[in-house]
Design a protein around this ligand. Sequence first.
Ligand code: GTB
Length: 215
Amino acid sequence: MTITITAFEKSPDRGQGLARDMRVRWALEEVGQPYVVRLVSFRAMREPAHLALQPFGQIPTYEEGDLALFESGAIVFHIAERHAGLLPDDPNARARAITWMFAAIGTVEPPILERQTAMFAEGDRNWTAERLPLIDDRIRTRLSELSTRLGDAEWLDGEFSAGDLAMVHVLLRLRPSGMLAEYPNLAAYLERAEERPAYKRAYDAQAAVFKASTG
Ligand code: GTB
């Protein structure tokens, strides 16, 4: 059955792979599943056909036969459950890998998103200059804790898993801030992930969409 996902017709990140379709593309590449991408404009994302798939009018979505999913974390989890390559067979190791997915999305990502909101959606508010350092402190707390846990390991818990995929993609959004460079083991963790052939295929595919959109 064909897998179809949605992505921005013209991504605001200009093809840097920061939008959340990248997680889904990367997961599909890791498990070797072909997929089709339906590109959507911001206007189409607010229309009933898209809202039926994604009630919040966002990307990505995932369709396979009569299954339709939204939420990048749930989609990556579904892909990892259905296909070998992103979750260990050992039940305890599998549960820990899933825990890292939740940690990425539930614990590490929120302050990073807060920073994006403060900078881009609320950048003109008079309290932003005061608020940003507070958010950055919260991010640094998480990065420091994560850096301590990772130590000099290659991945968060044994082999590369969906937990690493989610964590790496969450952290990549911080790269333009320069903050990651303060944690050399996290910076190296991201570089290792970016060297994965599946990451590169996913990155190139989404970058090609942006390039084509600029004609
Ligand atoms: N919790 C949902 C999920 O994980 O799937 C969140 C989905 C989401 O935020 N989607 C964004 C979206 O559709 C795109 S990825 N936004 C449009 C809208 O809400 O109207 C977030 C994103 C956007 C832009 C950049 N960027 O420019 O760097 C990075 C990430």
